[in-house]
Design a protein. Structure first.
Length: 290
């Protein structure tokens, strides 16, 4: 009996095995439960990605690290006579992507569970590769973007959003600064798989150039992250995050209560009519396949 593609274990590079386990284990449930909030938090960056991708009605689009498919659906609504393929490691998020695309009536988008670092893409099958904060997690980004590049036709376009470093991202910095509670905690490293995996612009240019891309450009994009509708909403969400729980670990009850009170006060300072907004900085990376 043939096993349906959606039920097969995808090919995963050993360098990405930890990411595969994380995005298919218990931790991903928080994303599934709060997916609307996660996607809305960074929604102000979405128009930048679509502008950078410069999609046409007939484009064949590959969405790398598509998650629950918000960027894939946006691409499908423009590439109405083309086709969109979203690829991601996470089976739970892909199930949401399929469900939401079906509810939206989109018939020109499909989703594949796979590790884009080693997935056997058809050569030159796509006109555009895009990624909405999904390209930062590769264990070997040079190998990943070389493989992704093979899926693009010569002259095909890459458009990608990736977070800049901690200094430009108040929405994360406020957690590390407040919840450290005076402890000398190391900041998340740039260049390691994770939120700051593509934060170094020189490294990004080197990786993409080595992978066969030209005209590599990184535009500095600044938009606020929306953490909640009001202080109570934002505080409850932030307290539920894994990084928050990790930063609070090791604090005694008094220090924990003090750190959380300070966090709430700082969120209150950022509250306004549009919700609780904190500063965020991303790179809009664009390039052309040689």
């Amino acid at each position: 009996m043939t096993v349906p593609a959606s039920q097969r274990t995808p090919l995963v590079d050993e360098a990405n095995a930890e990411q595969f386990r994380a995005w298919n284990g218990d931790d991903v449930q928080h994303w599934v439960t709060h997916i609307d909030r996660y996607e809305a938090a960074s929604a102000r960056f979405d128009p930048w990605l679509l502008t950078g991708a410069a999609l046409s009605a007939t484009d064949r689009v590959l969405d790398v690290g598509c998650g629950a498919g918000v960027s894939s659906r946006a691409a499908a609504r423009t590439a109405v006579d083309g086709h969109v393929v979203g690829v991601d490691l996470s089976a739970p998020l892909l199930a949401l992507a399929r469900q939401r695309s079906e509810l939206a009536g989109l018939t020109n988008v499909q989703f594949v569970q796979g590790d884009a670092q080693v997935h056997p893409f058809e050569a030159a099958a796509f006109d555009v590769v895009l990624s909405r904060f999904g390209g930062m997690f590769f264990g070997d980004p040079a190998a990943a973007f070389t493989n992704i590049g093979t899926a693009l036709r010569p002259g095909g376009r890459l458009a990608m959003l990736a977070w800049q470093g901690l200094a430009g991202n108040e929405w994360l910095g406020i957690l590390f600064d407040t919840l450290a509670a005076g402890r000398p905690l190391p900041a998340p490293p740039e260049g390691a798989p994770g939120v700051f995996g593509l934060a170094d612009p020189d490294a990004v240019r080197r990786i993409l150039t080595g992978a066969g891309f030209v005209d590599v450009d990184l535009a500095d994009v600044r938009e606020p992250e929306r953490l909640g509708a009001d202080v109570d909403d934002a505080y409850a969400f932030v307290c539920s995050l894994g990084p928050t729980q990790g930063l609070l670990a090791g604090l005694d009850e008094r220090a924990r209560a003090s750190a959380l009170a300070t966090l709430r006060a700082r969120l209150a300072d950022r509250a306004g009519p549009d919700g609780v907004l904190l500063g965020a900085a991303a790179w809009l990376v664009t390039a052309v396949r040689r």
